[in-house]
Write a protein that binds this ligand. Structure first.
Ligand SMILES: [Zn+2]
Ligand SMILES: [Zn+2]
Length: 272
């Protein structure tokens, strides 16, 4: 069993390059047995180049049609499910609840890509002195705490997202410097049955590591966390399934016994 539970496709994610069928074939070529397609649903990006609420609900009919076709083409060889990566659903709770309640979605990743008054971390230029950026990281973790308590997502996407873009600028920090806050976050996760994702996209980027970093995944486990999905966060067919085996190795090395699939927002535990 190899499940890639985070990928994007065209035209439903504006930053994706290949169709859902191509993503499915790419994942199969890498040996995946299960995928969940998780296109962006952004609520509050502060970003003129990236439309809010993409795809709009008018596009959902096409998305669901595509999904049904790909699911039937792949039947018997690849288990295909539909999910979404929702950007900070708690920023606009009414929209967040509406998306979470869509019956076509088995799985929702909650990801904070931007702070409430700022653009996506992708666009920022990071200060030389990390102390100047510390409050943003604190705010970022606090948003994950609030998102976890909101009940609008199943797992937390790529905790430490900004580390990927800082690395491209030759900067970085140890997320464990925020251990006290992370403990509050993971306590909320365990209480509410919210899982985390191990995101493998930055393994092949300047960062060269998982998100969250392994010591943070270990902290989640030490605090009783058991629900984990692994996702490539791929935007091209050639990247589908990338790093999933490495993610499973990481989980085994940290003492996890299971990785999760999702059906109707409920985790299905599969032995590692
Ligand atoms: Zn994301
Ligand atoms: Zn993504």
């Amino acid at each position: 069993m190899l499940a890639d539970y985070h990928m994007h496709c065209s035209p439903y994610s504006p930053d994706a390059h290949d169709t859902m069928l191509d993503m499915a074939r790419g994942a199969m070529a890498r040996g995946m047995t299960h995928i969940c397609v998780t296109n962006h649903m952004e609520n509050c990006t502060q970003d003129p180049e990236y439309p809010d609420q993409f795809p709009p609900f008018t596009a959902w009919e096409a998305l669901i049609g595509d999904f049904q076709r790909v699911k039937s083409v792949m039947a018997g060889s690849l288990d295909v499910r539909l999910g979404a990566e929702v950007g900070a659903p708690h920023y606009l709770p009414e929209e967040g609840r509406r998306i979470y309640a869509q019956p076509c979605l088995d799985f929702v990743i909650g990801s904070v890509h931007n702070l409430r008054s700022a653009r996506d971390f992708y666009y920022l230029s990071y200060p030389e002195d990390f102390e100047n950026f510390r409050p943003a990281v604190e705010q970022y973790i606090d948003e994950y705490i609030e998102m976890t308590r909101s009940g609008m997502c199943d797992v937390l996407g790529h905790i430490g997202y900004m580390q990927k873009y800082m690395a491209r600028q030759g900067k970085g920090f140890d997320m464990m410097a925020f251990e006290d806050r992370l403990r509050v976050l993971f306590k909320a996760c365990v209480e509410r049955g919210v899982g985390i994702e191990v995101n493998t996209a930055a393994l092949t980027d300047a960062l060269g590591d998982f998100l969250p970093q392994p010591s943070v995944v270990r902290l989640y486990r030490d605090m009783g966390g058991e629900i984990v999905t692994v996702g490539s966060d791929s935007h091209r067919a050639q990247d589908a399934g990338q790093g999933i085996r490495e993610g499973y190795e990481l989980l085994r090395s940290l003492g996890f016994k299971y990785v999760c699939l999702y059906k109707e927002h409920k985790p299905e535990f599969v032995r590692l």
